[in-house]
Design a protein around this ligand. Structure first.
Ligand code: HQG
Length: 193
């Protein structure tokens, strides 16, 4: 991705997930905002974007982070929100037997006690493969991948959702469903090896 597309993707993530008010726009409950208002707000705040650039970011984005409405007038981030205003109705789905979460080793102690929490975002984010999870974990330091017994959680009543870009979402993961993939599937709180 070119630098311009990458910068625009980061800008759109910031506005459409976290701080729409930074450029004076609002998101509806499903996360949508008018593309025209987004462009106007961005340009007024010194971020030069246009419809063509937005469309290119949406088309080429590696994780398909954004979606444009069928009428072409609105845009939203498909997951990852922290702003209170948005509460997307994701389809509830039966998860695969295992899902993965990449984190940094320095968070393990707290995770082994509290389980996975959403933090600033609305959900805990999980992926279907370990490679993706490793990249996610690297954002915060030395990565470690946790394997989650998702189907067992589901059978015990925990809800799972899938965003339209394939990312899995759940409210929390208690420690009993977590295993470290770097310790031959020992429980997450088995830290002696
Ligand atoms: C950690 C990116 C201490 C958690 C990615 C993570 C993802 C705890 C951090 C999406 C904890 C939160 C989301 C606990 C969880 N104690 N730390 N009890 N429970 N944590 O960024 O999952 O590229 O909010 O492990 O690809 O890293 O932006 O969540 O390290 O899909 O599209 O607290 O964001 O997508 O960090 O990333 P984040 P995440 P994009």
């Amino acid at each position: 991705m070119s630098n311009q597309l990458n910068d625009t993707s980061k800008f759109l993530s910031y506005i459409l997930r976290h701080e729409p008010q930074a450029i004076g726009i609002t998101l509806d409950g499903e996360g949508w905002t008018d593309i025209a208002a987004l462009i106007e707000g961005a340009n007024k705040s010194g971020n030069a974007i246009d419809r063509n650039l937005i469309q290119q970011v949406v088309n080429t984005n590696d994780k398909k982070r954004f979606a444009i409405s069928e009428d072409g007038l609105r845009i939203r981030a498909v997951q990852g929100h922290s702003t209170d205003n948005v509460s997307i109705t994701y389809p509830e789905k039966v998860p695969p037997e295992f899902l993965y979460h990449g984190t940094a080793t320095r968070f393990l102690e707290s995770i082994s006690q509290e389980g996975l929490r959403p933090g600033e975002r609305h959900y805990v984010h999980l992926s279907e493969n370990e490679q993706t999870a490793t990249v996610v974990g690297q954002r915060y330091g030395s990565p470690v991948v946790l394997k989650i017994e998702a189907l067992r959680m589901y059978r015990q009543g925990f809800k799972f959702f899938q965003a339209e870009n394939g990312v899995w979402l759940t409210g929390q993961v208690p420690p009993e469903f977590l295993n470290r993939t770097d310790l031959n599937q020992e429980p997450v709180n088995c830290r002696t090896r």
